[in-house]
Design a binder for this molecule. Structure first.
Ligand code: CMP
Length: 142
């Protein structure tokens, strides 16, 4: 399996609940390494740029408002099959559909306050990583 990088964001709801450590533990215990972190508080405009792909969808404005409602922890995860593995650990976007034991099943309250974001492809991971990080911010273990 290829070693990949992917972007994870711990969203304002999960940062506010103080479950950052529990979420990172799940990544590390499943073979992913944190190679860059950034705790930041996005403006609504910045959240809008990050989620530009969703512009025009009915949930876009609520998504931007929620993502700018408090601090988020953006992280780059590295490991074998990191994109798919991260999404498996996250669970379905809607926590009502998330498999038991996933991050969203355990920590998400709604489809908006759904604890974490993860890149959906290696191509989008590269774009999303460059939104938050410069190459010099990332420190690969490999
Ligand atoms: P995320 O993985 O961060 O990507 C976009 C976010 O939009 C998603 O998680 C949800 O929090 C939010 N969202 C709200 N409604 C929907 C919807 N109907 N479909 C997809 N995403 C939604």
């Amino acid at each position: 399996m290829p070693v990949q990088r992917t972007l994870s964001i711990i969203k304002p709801d999960a940062v506010g609940k103080n479950v950052v450590g529990d979420i990172i533990r799940r990544f590390e215990e499943n073979g992913l390494s944190v190679i860059g972190t950034r705790l930041t508080h996005l403006s609504a405009a910045e959240a809008g740029r990050f989620y530009a792909v969703h512009e025009g969808r009915p949930f876009y404005n609520d998504l931007c408002a929620f993502m700018s409602s408090g601090p988020v922890l953006a992280m780059v995860l590295e490991g074998q099959n990191a994109v798919v593995l991260n999404r498996q650990l996250m669970g379905a976007t809607n926590p009502k559909e998330a498999e038991a034991g996933t991050i969203r099943a355990d920590h998400a309250d709604s489809i908006d306050a759904n604890a974490v974001h993860g890149s959906d492809s290696e191509e989008n991971a590269a774009i999303e990583i460059s939104f938050f990080f410069a190459a010099l911010d990332l420190h690969s273990r490999g």
